[in-house]
Design a protein around this ligand. Structure first.
Ligand SMILES: Cc1cc2nc3c(=O)[nH]c(=O)nc-3n(C[C@H](O)[C@H](O)[C@H](O)COP(=O)(O)OP(=O)(O)OC[C@H]3O[C@@H](n4cnc5c(N)ncnc54)[C@H](O)[C@@H]3O)c2cc1C
Length: 502
């Protein structure tokens, strides 16, 4: 395929399919390109995926859809970051918060880095990340990231939302803006002699032709995997989780809604708690090598208590990994069909958006040669591999000793050379930047995210020097100032009432 396509068929109407459809319609709808989406009424969507990074703000901003329009129909809430209780047993580091950073943090971020570096060299100084960031204080005080008085610097933030409702919202918007929707089930995929897809066969509509195909069919990868034979590369040796069980609970106090995701470690994995406007989404992510789905559900129900009596559980299983070729011939995979590592740090929608934007950039430049395909595939792979490193670091740093699962995750010798070098550099009190930003394209996470995790989980030697008065004073000032600054922001529940009311 060397020229721009005239008709694009998106296969799948989950979050990935509808994000792709509206994004492409917006970019090319007025350029004579026909955007069509097929979803199967017989095959549902995965129905989980409720947390995002701040990148989603840009997605909606580009589509000119304000929060007041999309958040209420999706029962969406604000997310200031993620807390990680119980991953570490180091005293004082039993929990830490990974915030979304913003300009508000500029005043104290240097103190945080400095204190961490002193602590790494053996000084007894306070270096826990929770004291230094305004977004952390917002989450601590259950506040929204929206300041009471504008103009004022906004904090960075992401969202939580109901995945089914978001799909419905995007479907409505995309079809309104001109995307053609076909509800039917694909039964076969046909190719020409170059290996390009010519059309799909469907149950009701027969043959549907297009000159470019976007595979958003979920884990099965109907086009890219099943029809084109792409085999995913497993990441199971790096991170063990391959299953989840999800059970929602009611919101008890509508006047106090968390503005964070909680990712709490359990015996064989971790649990997410995601506050929506009308319920809490909860899920236990675990490794099926260590416990069965029945055992996981039993452990999870016991933990959640009486709130989940009689509430049905949703079980999910995946083969963790990613494709090598996300774009092959005239087909690009977007979403779960590209592969899925695991839900930690809620990154799949970010990967969807990043892949989409990279693809549309190439499209805009009319670049459809093998070289550009290769460039796209390398870029997406580097991006996902950088994420894999960051996610695996959580497991490498854990200090739990209650199960083999946690001991094996910590002692796991399988990791990228880059991750091994980051750990080594940190432990030797050398710059981790040089390792991290060797390949700048690869890093989603800035230095501060790595520092938050390493310091937050207490990866420091026993102090042999200090304490030092100035670093302690800086930490105290940072904590007081960030708490005080947070008070300028709306309480989360109050702002949601305002937003939903409008
Ligand atoms: C446990 C878990 C937790 C997660 N948490 C997060 C999170 O917090 N944040 C995040 O960003 N991501 C998360 N994800 C990932 C997130 O769920 C997905 O990125 C997102 O839902 C996109 O899924 P999808 O659209 O690729 O696939 P699906 O939702 O599975 O959609 C597949 C679509 O393909 C269609 N289809 C399939 N076969 C056919 C056929 N033969 N003919 C026609 N149509 C067909 C189906 O009808 C459906 O519309 C999580 C995933 C899991 C498993």
């Amino acid at each position: 395929m060397t020229s721009k396509p005239k008709k694009i068929l998106i296969v799948g109407g989950g979050t990935a399919g509808w994000m792709a459809a509206i994004h492409m319609q917006d970019a090319w709808g007025d350029k004579g390109i026909d955007i069509c989406l097929i979803e199967s009424p017989e095959i549902g969507i995965v129905g989980v995926g409720e947390g995002t990074t701040p990148l989603l703000r840009e997605f909606y901003a580009r589509l000119d859809i304000p929060e007041s329009e999309w958040m209420p129909p999706c029962n969406a809430t604000y997310k200031c970051g993620i807390s990680f209780p119980d991953w570490s047993t180091v005293e004082g580091c039993e929990t830490y918060f990974h915030p979304f950073f913003s300009d508000l943090d500029k005043a104290f971020i240097q103190h945080f880095w400095d204190n961490c570096n002193l602590r790494r060299s053996g000084y007894d100084v306070p270096a826990h990340p929770d004291d230094y960031f305004v977004t952390t204080a917002l989450a601590r005080q259950q506040r929204s990231p929206i300041p009471r008085h504008r103009p004022s610097t906004e904090s960075m933030y992401g969202y939580h939302f109901d995945a089914d409702l978001m799909g419905e919202f995007l479907r409505g918007k995309a079809t309104q803006r001109g995307v053609t929707l076909i509800q039917d089930t694909i039964t076969d995929v046909k190719f020409d002699h170059h290996g390009d897809i010519t059309h799909v066969e469907t149950k009701k509509n027969g043959k549907i032709k297009a000159d470019f195909f976007i595979d958003c069919s979920g884990f099965k990868g109907l086009l890219i995997r099943q029809a084109m034979g792409e085999k995913p590369i497993s990441t199971k040796d790096y991170m063990f989780n391959d299953s989840a069980v999800a059970i929602p609970t009611p919101i008890k106090d509508k006047d106090r809604i968390m503005s964070e995701t909680k990712s709490k470690a359990m015996k064989y994995g971790w649990v997410w708690h995601i506050p929506l406007r009308n319920r809490i989404g909860n899920g236990y992510v675990y490794s099926s090598d260590y416990i069965s789905p029945e055992e996981a559900e039993a452990e999870f129900r016991e933990y959640l208590g009486a709130d989940v009596e009689g509430v049905e559980a949703l079980h999910l299983h995946w083969n963790p990994g990613r494709l090598e070729h996300h774009w092959k011939n005239n087909c690009v995979a977007i979403g779960l069909s590209q592969g899925f590592l695991e839900p930690l740090e809620a990154l799949m929608i970010n990967i969807i958006q990043t892949s989409l934007e990279r693809f549309t950039d190439l499209f805009e430049r009319g670049e459809f040669t093998n070289k550009h395909q290769q460039e796209f595939n390398n870029g997406v792979n580097n991006f996902i591999d950088g994420i894999l490193d960051y996610l695996q670091m959580h497991y490498k740093l854990n200090t739990r000793d209650d199960t083999d699962y946690w001991r094996n995750a910590r002692d796991n010798p399988n990791m990228s050379s880059q991750l091994a070098r980051v750990l080594e550099a940190w432990d030797n009190n050398e710059s981790i930047d040089r390792v991290l930003f060797d390949n700048i394209d690869q890093q989603l996470y800035p230095r501060t995210s790595w520092y938050c995790m390493l310091a937050g989980m207490g990866r420091f030697p026993e102090p042999t020097k200090g304490p030092l008065r100035l670093p302690a004073r800086n930490q105290k000032r940072a904590r007081e100032a960030s708490d005080e600054q947070a008070e300028q922001f709306y309480p989360h529940a109050e702002y949601l009432n305002k937003l939903y009311g409008s």
